[in-house]
Design a protein around this ligand. Structure first.
Ligand code: ATP
Length: 875
């Protein structure tokens, strides 16, 4: 009993492997699915509880912190003092309604972001019921057997059972940025977290090697969970566009306040009653403050990201949607992104001759060595004819299948003693086996790397020294394969002493066996996507770990490499100074044999020229380059969790063409936001100009605050959202990318707003004058209000696009027509339903007055459409 208590007092790292497994009620075969489900129910999901989310009530309360609300409350008070109880009720109702709408929008945007987040949530490989399965990391439970490999994020705390050169970066936990080596075994003494070398902790990254781990803690029970509450202060980040619009709004508010003050003083000077003067000022404020701006941006962006997710581009940061529209350089991996990542072995070079896979002869010892090397430095498998693992590797299994060599049998017969996994920096993979009773290191890798580590060659006549001539022949053959766009691997081996321990130092003095080349055809859509990119003023650049000649051949096929372009290797890049790189950067369309550090320099050089750069990556070392790029793009299928974590966009289908689609979507979202802003601001401008005009001309107040509230918060928001839904137009990719420095509120844009606002204001004021002439101030105000509402509704069609509505057609955006009709319906309710008539201080109008309203309201739209048609024809 005593020893049992002692045992349970021990920390995980102090227990033996058996004690760990026993305490967790698990085995190396993993939990069963039912056990795991039970544990998930009792222990909870493996997630860190997010910092306290704002409650709906809090969000609702925040809606009242707006300047507009303060002004509205003032308006309500003034209305009450002037004995207009109905108006007060309406204003209060509108304030509440506005807050409700704001809350709903906020919650909706949050939900859509959360759904995007779940699309990009990490996965983990575990053993369940004795089988390796991939599950969402939130489903991991204590007792699971977790399989870690380079590029994975550690998703739970665990004790290492089997270690294969595992290195992890635990900086998120310990602050130590260097990678730490892990090991198996039990630690006897007490050790601080950083020294528990037989444990891995949630939140760290696997940078090298692999390991089998028993999960000891999940969710908030992990070490990171214990400190998570410190980091959970999740702030809602606004995008640059939202920030700049917010700044614009508050600057505008200041200007409006000053003008309101002046208008008020002017009214007092004209001896207008105090309350009326105040009403003037308040009406102006309500007309001018663009309350919907920021929320329209959020809504349109959220809708855009949903559309992109459907097209396989998962946006992780809203900010990326804006940057996507100005991307001018796309740096893309080759394998799997531009090509299909479906490798098939083509030609084989062995014994000085080229042969085909089905010509391999099992009776030849040389061929057998090549096959052993191909099957044993290989971690892939074929299940029911489908490859699992690295496509380069299962192409080799398929090759062996052509001469009826069972890779399962070979692997069963031979026992792997040690291994150094492939990594794209070293470009080699080595394993140690007992081959025919002799410890042998088998290696495969890039020709240019491995050939310089070989001293001998094996031919059908046996092993001899590698001559200069042999080397030349091999390189020449490599060149011939590469020129056809084939990926080439070299194979070599060496026998070692019994006690030799496999390490990076062992990868030398090899005996060369042969070369195997494989095709990986370009994706069908790559060529068109590259052409689209070029048409859109975007420079596609290929960045690959593959050989320069292979990469160039593929780049030529898909149109990335054109006459006069350059291809540069990582080594050549290393030799260049920054100045030299700057001189060559625009000419270079292919970078081959690059290291992750090279990628950072390439991004940097393009950014120095003022470009907005997108960079793809999948490996564990790609994270810094992905972060450095304006848009870091990770691969959804082949990408490591680490790269996905660092990226701002994930390609669910690993496809280059998806990036181009996302760029088009990004451009469209930006255009729609700009158009929606144009719609809202020009409408507000019309209101401001009208109020200013009547104030200066000493006319009665044209609008009651409720009128402007009705327009700003109800009838205007519908067309604004509809404009945000405008589908991408044809020529979207025919234009150059937008200049990132050019803000949305350019001079030209503001001028457009002023002119369009003035047009609407002129018509509104014409209606006002006609009303004054024909009836009372109340009739005039009603006519002005109805004209302003209607003309803004019509104006919704103008703001859909630069093109005229006749070219666009109503059918291309039904939302826009729907928003218009809904607006007209709402206005008719206010005009004709007696209760509302009273509430909204609307006077009854005659049929001819209504005719005048419609006639005047459509005039600005006719003029604007005319101008568009003239412009189109001139083009
Ligand atoms: P990209 O960066 O475009 O995805 P890639 O997949 O060709 O290119 P890497 O995977 O880094 O880049 O491969 C670089 C080189 O390493 C290849 O050209 C090949 O010679 C070699 N190589 C690739 N896979 C393996 C492997 N599993 N074992 C040994 N060597 C490999």
């Amino acid at each position: 009993m005593g020893s049992r208590t002692e045992e349970s007092l021990k920390d995980w790292y102090q227990k033996t492997e058996e004690e760990v497994l026993e305490a967790l009620h698990t085995s190396k075969e993993g939990l069963s699915a039912t056990e795991a489900a039970g544990l998930l129910a009792s222990k909870g999901e493996n997630i860190l509880e997010e910092g306290k989310k704002k409650s709906t009530l809090q969000v609702f309360a925040e809606q009242f912190r707006d300047l507009l609300v303060v002004i509205l409350i003032a308006a309500a008070v003034i209305s009450m003092l002037s004995g207009n109880a109905e108006s007060t009720i309406v204003i209060v109702a509108v304030i509440v309604l506005n807050a409700v709408l704001g809350t709903v929008q906020h919650e909706k945007a949050q939900k859509s972001l959360a759904s995007l987040k779940s699309l990009s949530s990490p996965t983990a490989k575990v053993i369940r019921d004795g089988q390796k399965v991939e599950i969402a990391s939130k489903g991991v439970v204590p007792g699971d057997i977790l399989l870690l490999e380079a590029g994975d994020m550690v998703v739970a705390d665990g004790r290492i059972l089997n270690n294969y050169s595992l290195q992890v970066n635990e900086s998120s936990l310990t602050g130590e940025s260097t990678n730490v080596d892990k090991e198996e075994g039990t630690l006897d003494t007490e050790a601080p977290l950083a020294d528990r070398t037989n444990m891995v902790y949630s939140g760290s990254l696997v940078t090298y090697g692999r390991a089998v781990v028993a999960v000891t803690g999940t969710g908030m029970d992990t070490e990171i969970g214990k400190i998570a509450s410190l980091m959970n202060a999740t702030k809602e980040k606004k995008t640059p566009l939202q920030v700049s619009l917010d700044q614009f709004s508050s600057r505008l508010a200041m200007v409006i306040m000053v003008i309101c003050g002046l208008v008020f003083l002017l009214s007092i000077y004209r001896k207008m009653p105090l309350l009326d003067s105040l009403m003037f000022a308040v009406a102006l404020a309500v007309a001018a403050i663009p309350e919907a701006l920021s929320s329209i941006v959020t809504i349109v962006q959220a809708m855009g990201t949903q559309r992109m997710a459907k097209e396989n581009a998962i946006i992780k940061e809203l900010k990326a949607v804006e940057s996507l529209g100005c991307v001018s350089v796309i740096c893309s991996d080759k394998t799997g992104t531009l090509t299909q990542n479906k490798m098939t072995v083509k030609d084989i070079y062995v014994d000085g001759k080229v042969c085909q896979p089905d010509e391999l002869d099992l009776r030849s010892q040389l061929h057998r060595y090549l096959l052993y090397d191909a099957l044993l430095t290989n971690d892939s498998s074929l299940v029911e004819g489908k490859g699992i693992g690295d496509p380069t590797e299962y192409a080799l299994l398929e090759m062996a299948g052509k001469v009826s060599l069972s890779h399962d049998l070979i692997r069963e017969m031979m026992h792997r003693l040690e291994e150094i996994p492939f990594d794209s920096d070293r470009k080699l993979m080595s394993t140690k086996y007992q081959l025919h009773g002799v410890p042998t290191i088998l290696t495969k890798g890039a020709v240019d790397v491995l050939l310089y580590r070989t001293t001998h060659i094996r031919t059908s006549e046996g092993v001899r020294e590698l001559t200069e001539k042999d080397r030349e022949n091999i390189l020449e053959q490599n060149m011939r394969f590469s020129e056809n766009g084939l990926r080439v691997l070299a194979f070599a081996y060496k026998e070692v002493e019994e006690d030799h321990v496999l390490s990076l130092k062992s990868e030398n003095d090899f005996i060369f066996i042969g070369l195997i080349s494989m095709v990986d055809p370009p994706r069908e859509e790559s060529k068109d996507a590259v052409a689209d990119a070029k048409r859109a003023g975007i420079r596609p650049v290929m960045i690959t770990g593959d050989h320069k000649i292979t990469a160039t051949a593929i780049a030529k096929q898909i149109g990335i490499f054109e006459k006069g372009d350059m291809a540069v290797t990582g080594a050549e890049l290393d030799a260049m100074t920054d100045e030299e790189l700057d001189l060559n950067i625009t000419k270079t369309s292919v970078y081959a044999r690059v290291s992750p550090e090279n990628k950072i320099r390439i991004v940097d050089a393009w950014q120095r020229r003022g470009n907005v750069v997108s960079m793809t990556g999948d490996g564990v070392n790609d994270a810094p380059a992905l972060k450095k790029a304006d848009i870091g793009v990770a691969m959804g299928i082949t990408g490591t969790e680490v790269s996905k974590d660092a990226a701002s966009m994930i390609l669910a289908d690993d496809n280059f063409a998806t990036i181009i689609k996302a760029v088009a979507n990004g451009r469209n979202v930006y255009r729609n936001i700009k158009n929606a802003i144009q719609f809202l601001l020009s409408g507000n401008m019309a209101g401001i100009l009208s109020v200013l005009y009547t104030s200066i001309m000493a006319l009665p107040v044209p609008f009651a605050p409720v009128h402007l509230l009705f327009i700003n918060l109800l009838t205007d928001s519908l067309p604004a959202i509809a404009i945000g839904m405008e589908p991408a137009e044809h020529g979207l990719l025919n234009r150059k990318p937008r200049d990132p420095k050019e803000g949305i509120l350019s001079k030209e844009f503001m001028l457009k707003i002023l002119v369009q606002g003035a047009l609407i204001a002129v018509c509104t004021m014409t209606a006002f004058h006609i009303g004054l002439k024909q009836g009372s101030a109340a009739t005039a105000s009603t006519m002005a209000f109805c004209t302003l509402t209607l003309s803004r509704l019509f104006h919704g069609f103008n703001c859909r696009s630069r093109q005229s509505i006749f070219r666009l057609g109503f059918a291309s955006n039904w939302y826009s027509l729907g928003a218009f009709l809904a607006g007209v319906f709402l206005l008719s309710l206010v005009m004709f339903v007696p209760v509302l008539e009273k509430l909204f201080s609307v006077a009854p109008l005659t049929a001819s007055q209504i005719g005048i309203i419609y006639g005047l309201a459509v005039i600005p739209t006719i003029i604007i459409q005319f101008a568009k048609i003239i412009k189109e024809n001139r083009k």
